[in-house]
Design a protein around this ligand. Structure first.
Ligand SMILES: [Zn+2]
Length: 209
């Protein structure tokens, strides 16, 4: 399933990120995009253990509502990726989506996030200088390197049909305006409360999503 992620955050060599995770007794990524299971975050969204660790660390730095998450691009059959992304905000795009940058992807990094970037990059070793200089690592003059804007293809992971991956408009009942956390709940609601047939599970969304 095609899935594109637009994120605000920073770029980091996977070898450096994994060294940081290992030093904190957290599973390394091994260059594999984190699965979104098995734990749920405070929004009821599946969360991988690496991102859960980052959120706990950011909570200790004063950001109790961190949405931090690790993304590793899908290179569509080419050699695996050398760099990952740590996002403090992101939106996932199924096919098309309107974005309000200030609300969806604010350019100001939350408390502790720039420090997290510095700490992770501090695990770079001799010989990795070139990895730290690739395009997208630093940003342009005047940009905050912990809060750059990226587009990442993450298509090999299942798409969670729930907020915040799905905008509220798609999870709102057209008949009564009730809003649901997950599309499946809206599906049951339409069936039980309004005796309505929803689109099938294989094609649940309206075509403007
Ligand atoms: Zn309804």
């Amino acid at each position: 399933m095609g899935l594109t992620t637009i994120l605000r955050g920073f770029k980091v060599p996977i070898a450096v990120l994994d060294r940081f995770l290992a030093s904190n007794a957290v599973d390394t990524t091994g260059g594999c995009p984190p699965f979104l299971t098995p734990d749920l975050d405070s929004n009821g969204i599946p969360l991988d253990p690496h991102s859960a660790f980052l959120r706990a660390k950011l909570a200790a730095a004063g950001d109790n509502n961190s949405l931090a998450r690790i993304f590793i691009p899908n290179r569509r059959g080419q050699d695996s990726c050398t760099h990952a992304y740590v996002a403090h905000a992101y939106v996932m795009v199924f096919a098309q989506r309107k974005i309000t940058l200030a609300a969806d992807l604010p350019d100001r990094a939350p408390p502790g996030f720039a420090e997290l970037r510095r700490e992770i990059l501090g695990f770079a070793e001799e010989g990795e200088e070139a990895l730290l200089r690739v395009d997208g690592m630093q940003g342009e003059e005047g940009e905050e390197p912990a809060s750059l804007l990226y587009v990442v293809i993450t298509e090999e992971r299942a798409f969670p049909f729930a907020r915040p991956f799905v905008p509220e408009s798609v999870l709102t009942c057209e008949k009564c305006g009730a809003v649901f956390e997950a599309w499946v709940n809206l599906h049951y609601h339409c069936s039980e409360a309004h005796n309505l047939e929803m689109r099938g599970y294989t094609s649940p969304f309206p075509d403007n999503f």
